[in-house]
Design a binder for this molecule. Structure first.
Ligand code: G3D
Length: 201
């Protein structure tokens, strides 16, 4: 009887946990996205004032529950000297959210180079990537086709994995729910696929 009840309890309440990295250059909007996600998905979460968030230095961690999935977000600092630390987290991660500042045309090629390194990493083979074209609330921002064109060199490096480019405003919340729900669908589906190369000992 105990086993039956504990099995039922686990089925009803236990969450499957997935680690998601939030990457991108400094000032792209990673921390704002994390706060917006927590506010949208976690009932009773009293988020901070989004317009008061300043750039990530180091690491922010946050958890979001979507149905039976618990996403554990690691928002890593995007400054050049911190980018060298990103790959230390790759082995543990199930998904990557790469945030681009769509208003910063000057740094678009820098962002593309950082993205290229991410998708070229063997440790991330097969890991789904959600590319967020952030700050779409700003009238003069680059459009999704503009950004896709600028990142087109990287397409062949993406390989066989789920990848979506999503228009988003971390500030207003537009596109945030759609992006996260897409990520959940991908990571849940991936655990039922054969293990990735790096998982084979
Ligand atoms: P980071 O964590 O990637 O470094 P932050 O970036 O989340 O700290 O955001 C950097 C700046 O961009 C912040 O402004 C923040 O308010 C702004 N920002 C983030 N997302 C959006 C968005 O969707 N739209 C607009 N318009 N601005 C956004 P400040 O002025 O504090 O530097």
């Amino acid at each position: 009887m105990y086993t039956l009840l504990s099995g039922l309890y686990k089925y009803m309440f236990q969450k499957d946990e997935y680690c998601i990295l939030i990457l991108g250059l400094d000032n792209a909007g990673k921390t704002t996205f994390l706060e917006q996600s927590k506010t949208r998905f976690n009932r009773n979460y009293k988020g901070m004032n989004l317009s008061k968030i300043t750039t990530t230095v180091g690491l922010n961690i946050g958890t979001v529950d979507v149905g039976k999935a618990r996403l554990m977000f690691w928002d890593l600092g995007g400054q050049e000297e911190l980018q060298s630390l990103w790959d230390k987290y790759y082995a543990e991660c199930h998904g990557v959210i790469y945030v681009i500042d769509s208003t910063d045309e000057e740094r678009l090629s820098e962002s593309k180079q950082a993205f290229e390194k991410v998708v070229s990493s063997e440790s991330l083979d097969g890991v789904p990537i959600l590319v967020l074209a952030n700050k779409q609330d700003v009238e003069t921002c680059l459009s999704i086709p503009d950004i896709k064109t600028a990142f087109s060199d990287c397409t062949c490096k993406i390989g066989r994995r789920d990848c979506l480019t999503q228009a988003c405003s971390a500030l207003t919340g537009k596109g945030v729910r759609e992006g996260i729900e897409w990520m959940v669908k991908c990571v849940v589906r991936n655990v039922h696929r054969p293990p990735r190369q790096r998982d084979i000992t």
